[in-house]
Design a protein around this ligand. Structure first.
Ligand SMILES: Cc1cc2nc3c(=O)[nH]c(=O)nc-3n(C[C@H](O)[C@H](O)[C@H](O)COP(=O)(O)O)c2cc1C
Length: 239
């Protein structure tokens, strides 16, 4: 990939430093730092008071609880960020367009990141456009040597209806993550399904009152953390 193409993928002339910060080879780096890992949570609602971000946070807390001395977590809400999926297709930004994805690159490629939990609100039976644009922007990591390879991925969805499309949303996001060579996991037992399908019912005050969702979130957080620790301890074998 030449410099011009590379710059277009990152979407701004000011990202030369960010490109330099992209890590090289996830497994080898994890092997060099096997003792501590980081798990990121990505909240893909455009709303600042997002129930999805709160659901992702609960999942991260469960992940951290697996081994607080080794696991660090960080929530990255995408609310307020402009993410332009067209850049993934090498379409340059228009004069009034902006893309904040380069700000996220150092966090996403931090060598200690071993897992990621992505949450989206359900919009018309599938992920939000912000979530889709984010997944499309991850194309740069696939193109530049599969930078997300072997990172563990868990997914959750929050819908306003009991059966509003949470499962399809989860499976759609997982489909994109498979293309990154990520290790996509579902929840640990006893729920052991695809990922928490939160119901943001009008009957509850806040999303953490959804007990079924919270039980699945605890199991997903635990699963992501356990598999991430396992991979970190044997990363040299995967490289
Ligand atoms: C454009 C739009 C479409 C929606 N479509 C669905 C839907 O198909 N199914 C559903 O269960 N909820 C749907 N909802 C409701 C949201 O998924 C629900 O309010 C969710 O909790 C919002 O998450 P947030 O608080 O993180 O923004 C929709 C909301 C919006 C704004």
């Amino acid at each position: 990939m030449n410099d011009l193409t590379r710059r277009r993928f990152f979407g701004a002339a000011t990202v030369a430093g960010v490109v330099g910060a992209v890590s090289t080879g996830t497994s080898a780096e994890l092997a060099a730092h096997p003792s501590k890992i980081k798990i990121l949570g990505i909240g893909c609602s455009p709303r600042p008071e997002s129930s999805t971000a709160a659901a992702v946070l609960s999942c991260l807390e469960a992940a951290r609880a697996v081994d607080p001395s080794r696991i660090e977590v960080e929530l990255i809400p995408l609310a307020g960020k402009q993410i332009n999926g067209a850049l993934a297709a090498d379409v340059p930004l228009g004069p009034d367009e902006r893309d904040d994805f380069p700000q996220l690159v150092p966090k996403l490629t931090d060598p200690s990141v071993a897992g990621m939990i992505i949450g989206s609100p359900v919009y018309f039976g599938n992920m939000s456009s912000l979530c889709k644009a984010f997944l499309e922007r991850l194309m740069v990591f696939r193109k530049e040597g599969f930078k997300l390879s072997n990172k563990v991925a868990g997914v959750l969805a929050v819908g306003g209806a009991r059966n509003g499309g949470q499962e399809l949303t989860i499976r759609s996001i997982q489909t994109a993550l498979f293309c990154q060579e990520m290790i996509v996991v579902g929840e640990s037992r006893p729920t052991a399904h695809f990922g928490p399908a939160f119901w943001n019912s009008s009957e509850i005050e806040k999303i953490t009152d959804d007990q079924a969702g919270m039980a699945a979130a605890a199991n997903l957080g635990r699963r992501v953390a356990q598999v991430a620790l396992l991979i970190a301890s044997s990363a040299h074998e995967l490289h």
